[in-house]
Design a binder for this molecule. Structure first.
Ligand SMILES: Cc1ncc(COP(=O)(O)O)c(C=O)c1O
Length: 398
């Protein structure tokens, strides 16, 4: 099994670390760290603003990054790629720059109950503001959307927003089926790819979202860079969410005309180092090979899933149709206690509601443990997780 641990300098500093929290944020390969360091040491300038060498170079690097992202998700044009801080900012830009303009009191927005808070709250706020209805597609115990729920998508649905892979239970949704229903009533299809990009094939050509969001930091890039993809004709109708420098054509005392896409939606000095990090992270993924990543992570996840299912003191949530993450509980032990004991055995997992409180409440397990996997993990990491869980059992049961 492929393990790229030596590409990640963090493990030189934490020799015993078993990092099973990539769904929260990924570790960074040396290649990405070096690219960011090199930018600040040799190329740093303000993009889109100056006529001098470093400014021109920064602009070129920033726009190169856009091209790499465009190719990675198979968008048609670079103007369909808007850089933001993270998936959360992309979702807020959609809510306040676009949906707010069109949402009427007699319409509804349809979300999956598996959505992350960032893919709920902006739309919940808009529904409160306008009186529009917020509907949820409920799921079965495995996290799969129940087929009959799709009838909630109707002629009054303005937008349907779902995650491809749920960060709360791990399920991989049938994006095509849900979007087909949405397209049949001309609803906007928004895909949250935060947990699937870099772990699965996320092509806008095959998945056909109208809008898609993700964060760089979950795919080996630094924190503080995110992406909003939008079909050009849809992005054209967006109002700027933030305004200021860099997004204008002319500013008069009493009025402003805006720049073309995508600059119109990217106010202020942009995160060039973040874009370089994201570009390099995608190059790293391409170098390792997305197919290799998918098969290694799936093998690891299934190995862990089977091992966890064998333990009678563990309750595992969901089935095998999942991304590279597993949620579970040690029976009668609070997940925070489990995570602390695991940490004392060098195993880093996430514990809590995973920013999915509506899902957790609906499934009646308000807090869980989550182990998530990446290409630097090995089966030994899973074995260490299982060993540490036995230590939890010893502390609490014996
Ligand atoms: C499915 C999903 N959507 C959105 C987000 C929000 O990402 P960020 O906090 O980077 O904006 C996350 C983060 O965990 C997530 O897992």
């Amino acid at each position: 099994m492929l393990s790229r641990k030596s590409d990640f300098p963090i493990f030189d500093h934490h020799k015993k670390l078993v990092y099973l929290d990539s769904a929260a944020t990924s570790q960074k390969p040396k290649m990405v760290i070096d690219a960011i360091k090199n930018y600040y040491e040799t190329q740093n300038g303000s993009p889109h603003r100056g006529a001098h060498l470093l400014s021109i170079e920064s602009t070129r690097l920033y726009e190169d990054g856009r091209e790499v992202v465009k190719n990675f998700i198979e968008a048609d044009e670079t103007s369909e790629i808007v850089f933001t801080r993270n998936a959360t900012e992309s979702l807020n830009l959609i809510a306040y720059g676009y949906i707010r303009k069109f949402l009427k009191p007699d319409q509804n927005i349809v979300l999956s109950i598996t959505n992350h808070h960032s893919n709920i709250i902006p739309f919940q706020r808009l529904c409160h503001e306008t009186g529009a209805e917020l509907r949820y597609l409920y799921c079965d115990d495995n996290g799969s959307i129940i087929e009959s729920e799709l009838s909630k998508i109707d002629q009054n649905t303005l937008m349907v927003s779902i995650p491809m892979i749920s960060n709360g239970i791990g399920i991989k949704h049938d994006v095509k089926k849900i979007f087909d229903q949405a397209k049949a009533v001309n609803a906007i299809c928004l895909l949250d790819a935060a947990q699937s990009i870099g772990h699965d094939d996320v092509s806008v050509k095959t998945l056909k979202p109208d809008l898609m969001v993700f964060s760089g930091h979950k795919i080996f890039a630094p924190q503080g860079i995110g992406v909003l993809y939008g079909k050009k004709e849809i992005l054209e109708t967006f109002d700027p969410f933030l305004s200021g420098g860099d997004m204008i054509e002319y500013v008069e005392e009493q009025s402003t005309t805006y720049a073309d896409l995508p600059e119109r939606l990217e106010a202020g000095t942009q995160n060039v180092a973040g874009v370089i990090g994201l570009k390099t992270a995608i190059e790293y993924i391409n170098e390792v090979g997305l197919e290799n990543i998918i098969s290694q992570e799936q093998e690891m996840t299934m190995y862990a899933f089977d091992a966890l299912e064998q333990l009678d003191f563990i309750e595992v949530y969901g089935n095998r149709n999942r991304g590279a993450l597993i949620t579970f509980n040690v029976k009668d032990v609070h997940p925070h206690d489990v995570a602390s004991i695991l940490d004392s055995h060098h195993v880093a997992i996430r514990a809590g509601h995973h920013c999915c409180q509506p899902l957790m409440k609906y499934l009646k397990h308000p807090s869980t443990c989550r182990a998530s996997f990446s290409i630097f993990n090995s089966k030994e990491d899973v074995d260490q997780l299982i060993y540490a869980l036995h230590q939890v059992k010893e502390v609490f049961y014996e």
